[in-house]
Unconditional design. Structure first.
Length: 376
């Protein structure tokens, strides 16, 4: 196996494959990257069993082939070597006993490889139920829900986002049982039959980074235990989480007794200041006191070790019953970061009942739910 390739082109694709490599690989060969060279293309593959990424680099003036073959190289060392090579191009040759020589200008490395035949095969996923969606739409809905997945694996199904794809819309829900994010976006030419997928949050983080700021077409190919996303020359495989996702719609209150509308940046800044002290204490709790008669909204927090903080927060509208509620400020801060409008409407029912954070636009279907903290 021997080829010459433009270093920048190779490195750009290598960096994306590295997203699938785990530093704690359960199977030793998965700490490596597989290179498979044919007369038409170079295939780079990385996997940690949860995520697998395969990238095709077609033969061109930037990639010339002398002889075909395959090899698995230690991912971390190989990546660092390529990053630090001095020249514009480098040559790559596999010699006896899987020893691999990498040459660029005056620099020459020889590293030990592994037999590519021992590398696990990627799943075969048919595309007869596939559909194409906008990368911008998909990235947006990931970023507005993925942060709310559970980190603890006691209920594995909650570590993923539940997607429902329909012909005309995409609905995503994430919850860790303390908070919830539910987002619906319009979809053109979605699947003809309703498709449900529970995709791990970690997979979605990496997929969002690969989609990037542009708006590529994303082909979604659902399988039985895996889903394949095709983005240009990149094939991104993710395992699916098994089990029934809880019925979250019934958790969202349909009525409220107190409603307040905040400017997003005003509330975010006040929350940052209030949580400066609460983060220092064992109990990370902020109180929000709403007085509809005096028309005041007050944030407060305290730390036994440091002191306390209290701040009147400006608002646009406040109506209903007086209320004092306690909550984890990090949950609200994440909700505000994900918000898609310049102001938000918060709806409350009772001090110990979950409250919602909604965009200040009737045509935006985005609900975030936060469970309060009992402080007595």
């Amino acid at each position: 196996m021997k080829f010459t390739v433009n270093r920048n082109l190779f490195l750009e694709n290598l960096n994306n494959v590295m997203r699938a490599i785990s530093s704690r690989a359960t199977i030793p060969i998965l700490s490596g990257i597989k290179l498979d060279l044919s007369e038409q293309e170079l295939l780079l593959t990385g996997s940690d069993t949860d995520i697998s990424i395969e990238i095709k680099i077609p033969v061109s003036e930037d990639l010339t082939v002398e002889s075909t073959g395959s090899i698995v190289l230690p991912a971390r060392f190989f990546s660092e070597i390529v990053k630090k090579l001095p020249g514009k191009d480098f040559s790559f040759e596999v010699k006896q006993s899987f020893q691999t020589q990498i040459i660029s200008e005056n620099s020459e490395f020889t590293i030990n490889g592994l037999d590519a035949n021992n590398y696990p095969r990627l799943p075969e996923i048919r595309d007869d139920s596939s559909f194409v969606i906008s990368g911008k739409t998909f990235r947006e809905i990931i970023n507005e829900t993925e942060f709310a997945v559970a980190i603890q694996e006691s209920r594995l199904v909650l570590t993923g986002v539940h997607f429902t794809f329909s012909p005309d819309k995409i609905h995503a829900v994430a919850t860790d049982s303390h908070r919830l994010a539910s987002r619906v976006l319009a979809l053109k030419n979605g699947p003809q039959t309703k498709t449900d997928l529970i995709i791990p949050g970690k997979s979605l983080q990496e997929l969002s980074r690969i989609i990037g700021e542009t708006d590529p077409k994303v082909k979604v190919c659902p399988g039985d235990s895996q889903v394949l996303f095709e983005i240009g020359n990149i094939s991104f495989y993710s395992r699916l989480l098994e089990g029934s996702y809880p019925d979250t719609e019934r958790l969202i209150p349909t009525e409220s007794t107190t409603t307040v509308k905040f400017d997003l940046s005003e509330l975010s800044s006040a929350l940052d200041r209030a949580s400066l002290l609460t983060h220092a204490g064992r109990n990370n709790v902020v109180n929000l006191t709403l007085d509809t008669e005096k028309q005041t909204a007050k944030l407060s927090g305290k730390s036994a070790e440091i002191g306390n903080v209290e701040e009147d927060v400006a608002f646009k509208d406040l109506e209903g019953k007086n209320l004092k509620i306690s909550f984890n400020p990090d949950y609200l801060r994440d909700a505000l970061r994900a918000s898609v409008t310049d102001s938000v409407i918060m709806n409350f029912t009772q001090p110990l009942r979950p409250f919602t954070v909604n965009p200040d636009k009737d045509d935006v279907a985005f609900v975030q739910l936060i469970t309060p903290v009992r402080t007595y």
